[in-house]
Write a protein that binds this ligand. Structure first.
Ligand SMILES: Cc1cc2nc3c(=O)[nH]c(=O)nc-3n(C[C@H](O)[C@H](O)[C@H](O)COP(=O)(O)OP(=O)(O)OC[C@H]3O[C@@H](n4cnc5c(N)ncnc54)[C@H](O)[C@@H]3O)c2cc1C
Length: 391
């Protein structure tokens, strides 16, 4: 099943595929699960930038191509299909550039957007804190206004790519008297300011893709404020819709899904094709149904972005669905591969097994990162279905 893409979109997809296949043939990188969030490869980002695939939807005057969000989804879908190491530019391209475009000053747009488009700016998300994850309105990092700057003190946690980023999209409290969600401001802060330190976090998979970021009397210039002061909470809610509504919530482990389908099609058990077993057929067909529905939901979210609004409810729905698919995929891979699923190694079969154990462990976090499934279900219940908020 597929959508009615126009000929320009088909040709864009072909171009991205040819580029990625060539990169793999030339041995520039190998397909990996979660490469959109863990694959930091500045050279790859530069080559993607040279093809004009970063900031695709932005105005031409800032280096963009004024293409649709559906076009952007085609590009990201292919990056995910091939497990390409796109983490350096992913966050700025997905949501932070959009925030600069909507709320930044003209000077900020002219300075930052072309640099993102050129693949030079790697921006991390500085939202969560140890005591403020789902409830971002309770964040406590302080940005106190001084004559010439804001003095920032506090700690951010779980910052994806924290070891690599050169800027952080920081949300900090600037008004201490106002109601919680009316006292937060967004800043785009260079990571080389004195007083900023990064400490890698090792997660359950052994990856160090996340960092705690500490701010110790950091003097952040006033030009770093994005948009109106104390309006940051409204920005973050909007940014989260763009963060949740992308194909990475469904296809972060596509190399595993692809490998699993081939494994089932090509493997014999007791002399009979594995794909003849009823349990295997049920698992694989259920996965395919969920995958196809997920794809529809992601394209719907992109269509809403093309209408010019943040897809808050659509993205909540697609993320709940997509992460549930990814968790089911990881569980199914472990079940079908058996003990072999826990192995890692260099042969192509073992690499598939390495992907299975990675996805199995990493998938525990999918329904937490970018908003937990429980919190997203609350959004769907209250904003989508009009049910009362919980007291
Ligand atoms: C892999 C990974 C990458 C991440 N990357 C980033 C990043 O780059 N930048 C960043 O800022 N943050 C990042 N995060 C943090 C992420 O956004 C938070 O983990 C998430 O918002 C949940 O917050 P918490 O971990 O504090 O859990 P809590 O908010 O403490 O929630 C704990 C549990 O309580 C449930 N819960 C909380 N509130 C409610 C409610 N109102 N109703 C029902 N249930 C509720 C949750 O569903 C969850 O199960 C990342 C997290 C992970 C796991």
């Amino acid at each position: 099943m597929d959508f009615a893409f126009n000929s320009e979109q088909e040709s864009l997809r072909d171009d991205v595929r040819s580029f990625l296949e060539q990169e793999i043939r030339e041995g520039k990188w190998e397909p990996q699960c979660d490469a959109w969030i863990q694959g930091f490869d500045p050279g790859f980002t530069k080559r993607v930038a040279q093809r004009g695939w970063i900031g695709l939807t932005w105005p031409r005057q800032y280096g963009g191509k004024e293409q649709s969000f559906v076009d952007r989804l085609i590009v990201t879908e292919e990056m995910l299909r091939y497990g390409a190491p796109a983490a350096c530019h992913w966050f700025a391209d997905r949501q932070i550039g959009g925030s600069i475009l909507r709320y930044g000053t003209e000077d900020q747009r002219r300075e930052f957007l072309p640099r993102i488009v050129r693949g030079e700016l790697y921006v991390g998300l500085g939202m969560s804190e140890t005591e403020a994850g789902s409830d971002l309105a309770s964040l406590m990092t302080k940005a106190e206004e001084q004559d010439d700057c804001f003095l920032v003190n506090g700690q951010k946690t779980w910052t994806s790519g924290g070891s690599y980023i050169n800027y952080i999209d920081l949300f900090a409290r600037t008004d201490f008297q106002a109601p919680r969600h009316k006292g937060i401001t967004e800043f785009l802060v260079p990571m080389d300011l004195p007083g900023i330190s990064r400490v890698p976090m090792v997660d359950i998979t052994g990856t160090e893709a996340w960092n705690d970021i500490f701010f110790d009397n950091v003097r952040v210039p006033k030009e770093c404020v994005i948009g109106e002061r104390n309006k940051g909470f409204y920005h973050v809610v909007e940014e989260l819709a763009y963060e949740r509504g992308g194909m990475e919530r469904l296809m972060g482990n596509f190399p595993l899904y692809d490998g699993l389908r081939r494994f089932v099609a090509n493997t014999k058990k007791d002399g009979r094709p594995l794909g003849e077993e009823p349990r295997v057929r049920t698992l694989m067909s259920e996965l395919q149904v969920e995958f196809e529905v997920g794809r529809l939901l992601m394209f719907r979210a992109a269509s809403v972005m093309d209408e010019g609004r943040a897809p808050t409810i659509e993205a909540a729905t697609s993320k709940v669905h997509g992460t549930s698919f990814e968790q089911r995929l990881a569980n199914s891979a472990m079940e079908l591969l058996g003990p072999y699923g826990g192995l890692t190694g260099r042969s192509s079969e073992a690499k598939m097994a390495g992907m299975a154990i990675h996805s199995y462990l990493a998938s525990k976090g999918y329904s937490l990162q970018a908003g937990s499934s429980e919190v997203l279900k609350n959004i769907i219940a209250t904003r989508g279905l009009g049910l009362p908020s919980q007291s």
